[in-house]
Structure formats: C-alpha cells, structure tokens
Design a protein around this ligand. Structure first.
Ligand code: NI
Length: 172
C-alpha cells in the first residue's frame, strides 16, 4: 500500500463530476486500499477518489473516529436514494481544504446504495455523523465541496487560505 498525494483546493479536478465505475478491477481495489491508508495517515474520516486525482466514483470512509474498532467502508458508485427532511449540523473539514472547518446543515438521515469491493450491491440507512460524512464524500464525486454550502464571503476566505497552503506545499 502507499500514501497518495492529496489534491488541494482550488483545483479543476475537485470541480468535476466523476465517472461511474463500470467494473471493479484489482487496480481499483488497490486504489481503495491506498485511499484508506492515505485517509488514516492524514488523519481524516473520509476520502473521495477525485481528491487523489482519480475521477472515478469511489469513496472510502471511517466515521467511527475514537470508537474502539476501526470501521472502514469502501463504496463504489455510491448513491443517495433517500434523504430525511430532518436536518443536522456538524462541523466539517476536508483533506483538500486543510485546517479549515465550518458548520454545514445536511439531511440527518440518508439511505445509500453502493457496490462493495467484491461488487455486491449494498443498501443501508445512515444517521448522525455517518450520514454527514457519506454525503460530504458523495458530494466530491459531483464536484461539490463543503464550502459550497457557505456564504460567498466565507468560501472566498477559505479558498484563499487553501491557495496559500498549496503554494507553501509546492515550495517545500
Ligand atoms: Ni472533503
């Protein structure tokens, strides 16, 4: 396994809709493993393939955080089938927008359908922090970032800070 370089906002790859995965190859399974390693190393609770420069519909997540056992999930072609009217607010961050956080309101519960790493179709309801993390990651597959839910002023401010981070990283 290896750690991938994370694409930092602003970057055109983070604004594009990713392509559906037609079939799950060993190469894509390896990419999922690398993404999980990259996510844990960062550390973060979720990562979408466009964030490592691959425009395919693949996300990994482990929103269990401090809970006893890691609970990694790998989802190919994830889709939100149903969203609750009820909403919840969590402070979100993103590995592509380092060290910046803001509260985002999203549906509190979602029903998600996806293909697991063996190509089996799965469907499950998620609530709480899990629901927020999965919606955040699925947004990435549609070229949408959590800062797109914020006011233009706040978005601009966070974009500028991210740009500065990116310049400094390029210099190192
Ligand atoms: Ni993100």
């Amino acid at each position: 396994m290896s750690i991938c370089t994370i694409v930092i906002h602003p970057d055109p790859r983070l604004k594009k809709a990713a392509d559906a995965v037609p079939d799950i190859s060993d190469e894509l399974r390896r990419l999922a493993d690398d993404m999980l390693e990259t996510m844990y190393d960062a550390p973060g609770v979720g990562l979408a393939a466009p964030q490592v420069g691959v425009l395919q519909r693949l996300i990994v997540a482990d929103p269990a955080k401090g809970d006893d056992e890691p609970q990694p999930v790998v989802m190919f072609n994830p889709e939100v089938l149903l969203s609750s009217d009820e909403t919840s607010v969590y402070e979100e961050g993103c590995l592509s927008i380092p060290d910046q956080y803001a509260e985002v309101t999203r549906p509190a519960e979602v029903k998600v359908r996806w293909l697991d790493r063996d190509g089996n179709l799965q469907e499950r309801d998620f609530a709480g922090f899990w629901a927020t993390v999965l919606q955040h990651e699925i947004d990435h597959l549609n070229g949408k970032l959590f800062i797109d839910y914020l006011s233009p002023m706040k978005r601009q401010m966070m974009t500028r800070k991210s740009q500065k981070f990116k310049r400094e990283r390029a210099r190192d």
